[in-house]
Design a protein around this ligand. Sequence first.
Ligand code: AHG
Ligand code: MN
Ligand code: MN
Length: 371
Amino acid sequence: MNEAPRGSRPYKSLSVPGMGADTESPMTKDTRIDPAPSTKLVTIERHILGQQALYPDASGELTNLLYDIALAGKLIAREVRRAGLNDILGRAGAMNSSGDEVKKLDVFADIAMYRSLDHTRRVAVMASEEHESIIPIPDRFTPGNYVVMYDPLDGSSNIDANIPTGTIFSIHRKVSPGSRGTDQDCLQPGHNQVAAGYILYSSSTIFVYSTGHGVNGFTLDPTLGEFLLTHPDIKMPSRGKIYSVNEQNTCWWEPGMRRYIDWLKEEDKPTYRPRQARYIGSLVGDFHRNLLYGGLFMYPGSKKDPRGKLRLLYEASPLAYIAEQAGGKASDGTTRILDLVPTKLHERCPLFIGSPEDVDEAVAFVNGRRS
Ligand code: AHG
Ligand code: MN
Ligand code: MN
């Protein structure tokens, strides 16, 4: 350990974004940086390549696919940042396949993802929240071995208010016979995912992904145009103080769900109650906060919508993969999200996702095992 020169006052420890968690070194007043032996600057490219090394037989196809998605994320982040300036806000005048209003940025994000992936020879088929059917790879391009499903712009109803949005992606291996992908490739249970993640467009842009070896987060340095490792090996606290749910739906909830939310608001220190309510209405944003701080996001089924609102393939399944890789859990109230076998592309499912003890607690209430 290098000591500060005599007579100089060490500055408060500084950490440099992207330079790893172990770079908090004292700086001397003449601003020389202590050359800490393990100082690392890790770009997303370097990190993804490092993950590939964990699979000796890997061809690099998945590695490059993740780069491609990171590129799409940069394009979307740039557009989201310029949204107000470019008069891009407003309605595109169409509805998506789930009947929601489509905003222009949804369309841009959808095209950015598609165009970053269609010609790469790495993808056999895609599916997007914004398309009714699977998106085939055009005949003029050679298909690859992977299946990519995405919600191009989650939380898009928040765009006009400058509230966080995100892109969620899920990657499977192709399983159908033949070179071009089919519905069968998209309708796989989430435990078959080989990678998943999201890009959150907020006060900064962060890319969070997993290939089954933990979860890492990379913040976009807009001046460099690089995603730099800022959140290595993210672990979700086993219990959190936060619950996130749209309570407008209380009147349609089943009694177990209502009782659980009432219980969360009661005062009882040993069980960390009352809990804090935090709900952005942008799943990626709500999930990301709870991933870092601990907590529970819920979009339960109700009398009005027995299977809730969120889509299994584009939202629940990839985030469940991230949650589990970070030590969290995700359930539809009965079944582990990653074990649900989808029967259609735009299938919805109730979602309880977050800190493992909180998910277990919620599920116990919903099933009437606790009251
Ligand atoms: P999307 O913008 O992709 O359609 O998703 C919106 C989702 C999700 O982001 C959010 O958690 C949820 O809708 C909010 O729904 P409510 O407005 O019903 O709470
Ligand atoms: Mn969404
Ligand atoms: Mn969306």
